[in-house]
Design a protein around this ligand. Sequence first.
Ligand SMILES: Cc1cc2nc3c(=O)[nH]c(=O)nc-3n(C[C@H](O)[C@H](O)[C@H](O)COP(=O)(O)OP(=O)(O)OC[C@H]3O[C@@H](n4cnc5c(N)ncnc54)[C@H](O)[C@@H]3O)c2cc1C
Length: 470
Amino acid sequence: MPDRTVPADASGIEQERIAVLNDRRRQKGDYVLYWMQQSQRAHWNHALEFAVSRANKIQQPLVVLFAVTDQFPEANWRHYTFMLEGLFHTAKDLEKRGIKFILRKGDPARTALELGETASEIICDKGYTRIQRQWRQSVAENAVCPVFCVESDAVVPVETVSGKAEYAARTLRPKILKLLDRFIRPATEIRLQHPATGLPITGMDLPDPETIPDHLNIDRSVRPVTAFYKGGTSEALSRFDEFLTHRIKRYTRNSNQPQTDDTSQMSPYLHFGQISPVYLAWKVRTTKGLDSDIQTAFIEELIVRRELAVNFVYFTPDYDSYACLPQWAARTLDEHRHDKRDPIYTMAELEKSSTHDPYWNAAMDEMKFTGFMHNYMRMYWGKKILEWSKDPETAFQTALTLNNKYFLDGRDPNSFAGVAWIFGRHDRAWKERDVFGKVRYMNAAGLERKCDINGYVKKVAQRKHIADTE
Ligand SMILES: Cc1cc2nc3c(=O)[nH]c(=O)nc-3n(C[C@H](O)[C@H](O)[C@H](O)COP(=O)(O)OP(=O)(O)OC[C@H]3O[C@@H](n4cnc5c(N)ncnc54)[C@H](O)[C@@H]3O)c2cc1C
């Protein structure tokens, strides 16, 4: 019988976070390898702590590998800059813990397998999108040693919450909330006992973010947004601290007020695994003096909504195509496919922010020039793409392409779930109307009524000016 027993480890990590991906016997290698991919951080990283505890147990050093590929689907200069800024700091943080960090260029699975040839065990972290799962499967199938996968980028492990794609937040919520006490716990840091000094393993130097396109063959058409967002765990921590100290008190009041900046702006850092969602949840739960309705509202977004997206991508094979829509939504959109659309814009026109709608143009500018957008405007932005495209399938593709091209947090489970929501996924039927059928509608009058939309337009114009003068 293949042995797939999860080893009891010293790190106190919940067993549900750990999976054994193959049934190889431990080989007598020179080190334990942590192939870092999703959880790109040196703290509150369960996969890293598990790897340290395994290395200590078998009295070997630990090597952490990050393989950078220039073939990552839809990634461009903006994304690579943010990611490599983060890795630069992660490498330093690991060094402070006496852990050897190696950066290599190449296909992640192949590179992990190469370095895995002389490893006793391989540990990887968990990713939910198709390519991330394919890489892990390839490593598990082809490695000569055991491969363990440790889930650190969801508060509650995806398969512990549910075994199927959940219908909506209301069906996931009760399942996930009852598990929070068990999973919102600090990840204990373990001291590495055998440093890797002297191991003859080398990698490449981390390129200066300015020179990234000289090192990697990547799409340079989308510029970095360093004036607004710098990558890295310490950036995430100080931004979150500032949010907790000054802005979270207005979180519920301003959740649909895009002229304000009263959300955490953690999504780019969460996307690249530069900050742990468990840390954020723990911090909000343990901060004294926070109103419980604010804690609940933040946990709702950070855990219920975010992990609904994880559940969606994990259990829906075609999560990135129009076919992922629920039947009722696909049917109603189909019934209205011949409704008159006026105006109709192409993707190129939309991308130029040249529609008749100044609010929408501001949203598109915010996305292009800052790499971010307030959730309320993301909803409006997507709904208008559905309204102004020649058919719903084109709208879906346009929204997903632009989302993933410009947002720092694009290409995330949240990207696919967010775009699918525009078209009815995780939502319910509303009053029937042209073009949208029974799918939820939004309009400019609603923005004018509910928020200071002109304040938002002004805010984006100022940020565009900053970006232009960079
Ligand atoms: C059309 C559309 C596209 C979207 N595309 C993306 C995307 O590409 N990447 C992305 O990370 N999010 C996306 N979202 C979800 C959401 O808008 C962002 O996560 C949120 O605006 C990020 O801001 P914040 O970090 O300040 O959030 P906060 O309000 O501070 O919330 C904390 C964290 O909770 C999670 N969260 C917040 N709101 C949502 C939500 N509605 N759904 C799921 N998770 C949420 C995020 O991880 C966020 O960082 C999209 C939503 C829509 C409607």
